[in-house]
Design a protein around this ligand. Structure first.
Ligand code: OOB
Length: 550
């Protein structure tokens, strides 16, 4: 555990690197940052929209007034537990009503949520507890395919100082305490808006997740601006196919954007086509967020015609590159507008706009949400590249963080001296400022000196009508240094495509020889990260175990 204080540490939470004063002044003067905390924003909406449903979770419909009451009562249970301002609390709760009780009760009490993903198990949670110094884990009895008691006892033996509670008990316990005379606090977060509100996890595909502090005011700006871009309002009914704990589902515009504008969040415990389509039809959902593998599964599902999806206006896809061949199918096959979202927990989020032309929506990952986002596209030497040329993405702005929590080594490696964060993404910027992600610095395959981007090969494979999904990795090769290996998941048709046929088809697609995979293996499924992005890292390390026809 590294508890080295940083030079100019946030006085409200040691280990948080604040925005420099001149930037803070600029963001306040320009109206980007305001003096409101995250729970205050929800409480304000609750005054305006008291009786309107805030959350729907299976049979449970909870109005804004009820939600705020649940949060206040839940706070009582946390106080009784001795949780104090500034202490870290891990949230390990899936997409259910109690997720909101947990998050907002912790924030309202002035403690700091640390957002685990519900697919994390003891080993990941132990890392999070150590790196955040958390005192409490709020887990859940509703995590699909998990044994929370086993997780708790594994953690108890390794981290005796970490207390464990179920999010489902917060409200009940709080009610009980209130009945026995405890005061239910109703005033909300005691910390100022410039303080760190929570710690989010980096989505990096290498190494263990790092912790990203977000202040109330920078985060509020990002979801309120996102809500504007996505035209959220009272009428919005939002569903996320990915965990609510992830930055995309939290703030792009996510549930926080919905709560800021008075709409409704519908909880989906998983992103399967049946579950999501059923919820869309039943609750007249207007907007859905997904990672590309989910969107592909919904597009290729043969049950979609059985549901009334007419309320569905917008499908947001982000988190990983959406192939153009998939993007062009959305409007016609699902009947809604596609919005590409390219973002990162560290900050910058880009959107295609709702009124963009179809080509822009299908072939770019959008443009930054804020006029104050400073985006640089640089070559390896740090010089700007011309428009239309791939380069490394660097960013600074009113909701892009200034440093990982308590991690000077990672900070030294991730920032320029003047505060630009290097995301590791390779992008192309056009004359309008729209970005297309063409790869990641670390993913580039060096095939005998020819630099091959896995995304480019995947994009071609996804054009084949029998291909459901594809992922390409580099594997060591004596002659070339690295060669390309494509793993392909077929659509549910019989017979599935043969590796030989796919390669022959690719040759007919008029692509460079080095874009035809050296190896193709047809497999049943691909490994994914905790939020459902295809994980090339795991694919690389598990490649030998993957059975399939080559
Ligand atoms: C989102 O956040 P993270 O932190 O899980 O992952 C960030 C990384 C980016 O640096 C990029 O490599 C990749 O995920 N990524 C995309 C992408 N969106 C994210 N790559 C290509 N195309 C896209 N549309 O993933 C995230 C955070 C907020 C909103 C949306 C996604």
């Amino acid at each position: 555990m590294n508890h080295q204080p940083l030079a100019a540490a946030d006085p409200l939470l040691a280990g948080v690197k604040p925005y420099p004063a001149e930037f803070a002044e600029r963001y306040i003067a320009a109206g980007y940052w305001a003096e409101r905390t995250l729970d205050q924003i929800l409480r304000e909406t609750a005054v305006r929209r008291a009786g309107h449903p805030a959350v729907i979770d299976r049979g449970r419909r909870v109005s804004y007034a009820e939600l705020v009451n649940r949060i206040d009562v839940s706070q009582t249970a946390l106080s009784a537990c001795g949780i104090a301002q500034g202490e870290r609390v891990i949230i390990h709760v899936p997409n259910v009503l109690e997720f909101f009780d947990a998050v907002y009760a912790v924030i309202s009490i002035g403690a700091i949520p640390v957002f685990a993903v519900h697919s994390h198990r003891a080993s990941e949670l132990e890392h999070l507890a150590n790196s955040s110094g958390a005192v409490l884990l709020l887990t859940s009895r509703q995590i699909p395919a998990a044994d929370p008691q086993a997780i708790a006892s594994q953690l108890a033996s390794r981290l005796p100082g970490l207390r464990v509670m179920y999010a489902e008990d917060l409200y009940e316990r709080g009610l009980h305490l209130a009945c026995s005379g405890w005061d239910v606090p109703r005033q909300g977060c005691p910390r100022p808006a410039h303080a760190a509100a929570f710690l989010q996890l980096s989505g990096g595909t290498t190494g263990k997740p790092k912790l990203i502090p977000k202040t109330h005011r920078d985060y509020a700006y990002s979801f309120e601006r996102s809500a504007q871009i996505c035209a959220l309002g009272d009428h919005t009914v939002y569903l996320s196919g990915i965990p609510l704990a992830h930055n995309f589902a939290a703030s792009s515009p996510g549930y926080m954007g919905v709560f800021a504008t008075g709409g409704t969040v519908v909880c989906a415990l998983d992103g399967s086509a049946e579950r999501v389509f059923e919820l869309i039809a039943e609750h007249r959902v207007t907007m859905v967020a997904a990672v590309p593998p989910l969107a592909q599964a919904w597009l290729n599902s043969n049950v979609k015609h059985q549901y009334d999806l007419s309320s569905w206006k917008l499908l947001q896809v982000g988190g990983a590159k959406l192939a153009r061949a998939v993007a062009v199918r959305v409007e016609q096959e699902l009947g809604c507008t596609l919005q590409q979202v390219f973002g990162m927990a560290e900050g910058l989020v880009c959107y295609t706009r709702l009124d963009d032309d179809l080509e822009t929506i299908a072939s770019t990952q959008g443009k930054p949400m804020s006029d104050a986002d400073e985006v640089l596209v640089l070559d390896a030497q740090g010089n700007p590249v011309p428009e239309g040329t791939p380069g490394n993405l660097w960013v600074r702005g009113p909701y892009t963080f200034r440093g990982y929590y308590n991690n000077p080594e990672a900070n030294a490696a991730s920032f320029t001296p003047d505060g630009f964060y290097g995301s590791g993404d390779i992008v192309v910027r056009d004359a309008r400022g729209y970005l297309s992600v063409v790869g990641r610095t670390k993913d580039v395959i060096n095939r005998g000196g020819e630099k091959v981007s896995p995304e480019q090969i995947e994009a071609v494979l996804l054009r084949h009508p029998a291909v459901h999904d594809a992922s390409v990795i580099g594997v060591p090769d004596e002659l070339l240094g690295e060669r390309t290996h494509a793993y392909v998941v077929p659509r549910e048709i019989s017979p599935p495509p043969r590796a030989k046929t796919l390669r022959a088809w690719m040759r007919g697609e008029h692509i460079a020889d080095h874009h035809i995979p050296d190896m193709i293996t047809v497999v049943e499924s691909l490994p994914t990260t905790h939020i459902g992005k295809i994980s090339r890292n795991t694919l690389g390390s598990k490649a030998a175990e993957l059975q399939g026809e080559s």
